[in-house]
Write a protein that binds this ligand. Structure first.
Ligand code: SF4
Length: 896
């Protein structure tokens, strides 16, 4: 395990010792060491594995597939109740015991189960899996040798989904206050107590579950509820009643996956029987979050015969597939630590290549199952991005051929302060190398070496258009025209002047334009440049590409028409599965011909013509770790709540938007104005019902705010010293937030060792090779860990209890001065910077105090923090502008 100065080695007799960096790296590279989480340990030791390691997480994934656990030594040890302390040091000696328990568990599997596992265990042992011999020993050797394909064929034996008639449309029976009170009392149960604020909140929420009176005028409630009001149960009371009375059509939406999990846990109070709960409530994510069995089969066929880590990863994935209830690769039970040997994008349906009923796994497909379940379930737990993506498709009939208005939906948007950003991303457009390559692949299939994998239009449509000569001509035209799109590896060709079609010529001209006009200040961030004035070369390239895109859109549209005609003419003879497939194929073609390509064409046209004042366009070179990874033209709505209100909110019958951070009390006389501007409620025909509910917490006693006056922030040593001493004073449980990746890394480098000496683990975004969700899970699991991060971590951390007791900002989190932000500030006014910054501070502060017993300190290491920015924080919280020494002493004594 990573430790101060190297790694902590645990021995079979329960003793431990510290190995220096060199010894630790040598041991790691030898492969003869038992570890937990190869990618994480490799990152900490700043090395890469020379050969496969004995990773206990892999054994866990084999023995307990799809069982959620935190992917660390501590997480595994805890799964066996072997580590009662929260420090990783306590876990190191018990990793070996955890592995022994797992092997013991495997030996005790029922005989039929062990027999079933033998071919897979044999295959993995043969592929060089370090656990292979022990696992074979535990389950026994297979009587006869089966093929690798048979051992990995996890698609066999999965339960089939059942087709049912579409559910009836939801009715409009309203929910009353009295029944809401009773439901809330039932949800809280006898052990709890309904607080007045929570009851008032639940009653206010009933507004969104009344009967809509006018088309396009949903009943909207904007409810701000301070932390601790109990808003989840507060809105579950009326919304679950509405769902029971009216049928399917309730969508509960969150921004973070942690809140999604929390809602599912709360729903269990209503439906304690798991079978009933499965029927009543479904978690629904975007298609790209579910495993595609056909892609998995493709991966098996391409890799099964090659020994090595990819086969091991496929074997563990096969175990997970057989055990997973829903195929959700972003869920808690997915072995995400395998990503370094097998990228998850290879086994999901990210590119819209699904062939529906023509797929041999259609009847057992995870995605098809969850889509069907969510159509029937009274309650769907989703996320903002999915709802916005669905709304964006509603122009063509949406999912199941119905628009949101036809489905008569009710939405509850929890974490409503993120709606603006979700809409900003969901309604934006990007004409770049990656997107062009994706469309090219969707049309032409895999080209070059990866020939077997991606299915192009030819393979997907061939049988559907057989005998239709005109459709055939247009299919050929579309395939030929798509050769003008940038392909895989375009960025390399742009940089090396080797472009080969209209798409790449356009991207190369953008690259020159941006390089010439943008200051290359920090290679860790992307570069951008305004589109005007436009050079002649770029203008000509844009014109060429526009004509090429039109040549792609035309045949796609004709093809969609041919499929629709076939559905019409052969209506009587089509099997339901065939109809679904034709419908999906036609929609896929229309989405590209009527939505994606026209959006790109309009962006190109406006480069040389009249600009649309609702949008801001800019050129960008996207960079990762100083490398150029993509180039393109971007377009965002200046006010993304315009499409949010017209496409998502207005078609619904009722909408509840709630958060602890909706209003900005400092932004004007009407402090609800900021909430309406950020949620799009001000664009609606009828005004929303608005109410706020104060937090029950005693911030004067539970929290402290410090503004440090004597830090030279640009001095990394001074900043690192401040973070180190603050974290030590808090005894861990600290979140350090940064506005710059470079500064984060420089602080991490300086404080990781001294914190480890003090027994505090430090995790860091942009340093540890882990995704943000895993990082937060690791941080949450240890009471005294510390974590450093930037924006994504600030928004994603939801850590109740003592695990989070100190939040420290390196500086005031002003918005980055991007071209998009400049346009928004011009639209919304000068107050916009302050508004965003106050809301960010308010949101981060809200993470600190989550219960009546929590205590927390909030520190900003910027002397010039304007007092007006603190106006969004609870006014009763004491604010101390002081030197760093005093802040450290105060933090220590307050959190003692
Ligand atoms: S039906 Fe589509 S998503 Fe499902 S397994 Fe087949 S190709 Fe993949």
């Amino acid at each position: 395990m990573p430790a101060p100065g190297g790694a902590l080695l645990g021995f079979a007799d329960g003793t431990c010792r510290i190995a220096g960096w060199e010894e630790a790296r040598a041991l790691f590279r030898s492969g003869d060491v038992l570890i937990a989480n190869t990618a994480f340990v490799a990152g900490r030791l700043r090395t890469t594995p020379a050969k496969p390691l004995i990773d206990v997480l892999e054994l866990f994934a084999f023995v307990r597939p799809a069982v959620p656990f935190v992917p660390s030594a501590l997480g595994v040890a805890r799964a066996f109740g072997l580590a009662t302390e929260t420090s990783p040091d306590a876990a190191a000696p018990v990793v070996r015991q955890s592995a022994e328990r797992l092997l013991e568990e495997l030996r005790e599997f029922p005989p039929a189960e062990r027999s079933r596992l033998r071919p897979l265990a044999g295959l993995l042992a043969g592929a060089g899996w370090r656990w292979g011999p022990l696992v074979v020993d535990a389950v026994g050797e297979a009587d006869s040798k089966s093929s690798a394909l048979a051992a990995l064929a996890a698609w066999n034996g999965l339960p089939e989904w059942e087709d049912e008639a579409p559910p009836a449309k939801p009715s409009s029976v309203p929910v009353g206050s009295e029944e809401t009170r009773l439901r809330l009392a039932r949800l809280i149960g006898e052990a709890g107590e309904v607080r007045l604020e929570q009851r008032a909140y639940a009653e206010a929420a009933t507004h969104a579950f009344g009967t809509r009176q006018h088309v396009g005028a949903p009943r909207v409630a904007l409810l701000e509820a301070g932390t601790g009001v109990g808003k989840t149960l507060g809105y579950l009371a009326p919304s679950s009643l509405w769902a029971e009375k009216n049928g399917p059509g309730l969508w509960l939406s969150t921004y973070t996956r942690n809140l999604q999990r929390q809602i599912v846990q709360e729903i269990a109070r209503l439906y304690p029987d798991p079978a009933e709960r499965d029927e009543k409530a479904v978690v629904r994510k975007g298609r790209e979050n579910y495993l595609c069995l056909l892609n998995f089969e493709d991966a098996v066929r391409r890799n099964a015969l090659a020994p090595g880590q990819r086969v091991v990863a496929l074997g563990l994935l096969a175990r997970w597939i057989a055990a997973s209830a829903d195929g959700d690769v972003s869920g808690a039970g997915f072995p995400s630590f395998l990503a370094s040997s097998f990228p998850v994008r290879e086994i999901t349906d990210r590119r819209g290549e699904c062939i529906y009923s023509a797929c041999p796994h259609y009847r057992v497909c995870f995605i098809e199952r969850v889509v069907r379940r969510s159509r029937r379930a009274p309650i769907v737990v989703a996320n903002h991005a999915l709802i916005i993506a669905q709304a964006a498709q509603d122009w063509s009939g949406g999912e199941g051929g119905e628009t949101a208005a036809e489905r008569r939906v009710r939405y509850v948007f929890d974490e409503g302060h993120h709606l603006f950003d979700a809409a900003d991303s969901g309604f934006s457009a990007r004409l770049c190398g990656r997107e062009m390559a994706e469309l090219r692949r969707w049309i032409r299939g895999a080209e070059g070496r990866a020939r077997s994998r991606h299915r192009g239009l030819e393979e997907r449509l061939r049988d559907m258009i057989s005998g239709d000569a005109e459709a055939r001509i247009h299919l050929d035209r579309a395939i030929a025209a798509a050769a003008a799109l940038a392909g895989e590896g375009a960025v390399g060709r742009i940089v090396n002047a080797g472009v080969r079609n209209a798409g790449e010529v356009f991207l190369a001209a953008i690259w020159q334009h941006v390089r010439a006009r943008s200051a290359d200040a920090d290679p860790l961030y992307s570069l951008e440049a305004e589109t005007q004035p436009l050079g002649e070369e770029l203008q000509a390239a844009a014109e060429d590409l526009r004509e090429s895109l039109e040549a792609i859109a035309r045949p796609l549209l004709v093809l969609a028409g041919s499929l629709r005609k076939k559905m019409d003419v052969e209506a009587k003879d089509l099997e339901p599965g065939e109809r679904v497939r034709l419908e999906a194929a036609a929609r896929g073609l229309e989405r590209r011909a009527k939505q994606l390509l026209p959006a790109w064409i309009a962006m190109l046209a406006s480069l040389g013509g009249a600009r649309d004042n609702e949008f801001v366009d800019w050129f960008e070179i996207e960079r990762d770790e100083g490398r150029d990874v993509d180039v393109g033209l971007r377009r965002h709505w200046i006010d993304p709540t315009i499409p949010l209100s017209s496409d998502v909110l207005a078609p619904a019958h009722g909408v509840l938007i709630t958060s602890a951070t909706l209003r900005d009390p400092e932004s004007g006389a009407d402090d609800w104005q900021s909430a309406e501007v950020r949620t799009g409620a001000h664009h609606l025909a009828e005004p929303p019902r608005r109410a706020s509910f104060g937090s029950p917490f005693r911030y004067a006693e539970q929290a402290r705010i410090f503004i440090v006056r004597d830090i030279e922030r640009r001095d990394p040593t001074a900043l690192a010293t401040a973070y180190r001493e603050l974290f030590l004073a808090a005894g861990g449980g600290a979140l350090g937030l940064f506005t710059s990746v470079r500064m984060l890394r420089s602080v991490e480098e300086r404080i990781a060792a001294p914190l480890a000496e003090a027994g505090l683990t430090l995790y860091a975004q942009h340093v540890d090779r882990l995704d943000t969700g895993t990082l937060v899970d690791l941080f949450r699991a240890e009471e005294n860990a510390c974590v450093l991060g930037t924006d994504a971590l600030r928004d994603g951390v939801d850590v109740p209890g003592r695990s989070l007791r100190l939040v420290a900002f390196d500086k005031v989190p002003w918005p980055r001065p991007t071209i998009l932000h400049k346009a928004r500030r011009a639209r919304f006014g000068r107050f916009y910077d302050d508004l965003l910054t106050r809301l960010r501070l308010k949101q981060a502060f809200g993470r600190l105090i989550r219960s009546q017993t929590d205590r927390g300190c909030f520190v900003i290491l910027e002397p010039a923090t304007p007092s007006r920015l603190l106006g969004a924080l609870p006014p009763e919280t004491p604010v101390n502008r002081c030197g760093i020494a005093e802040a450290i002493a105060e933090v220590k004594s307050f959190l003692a």
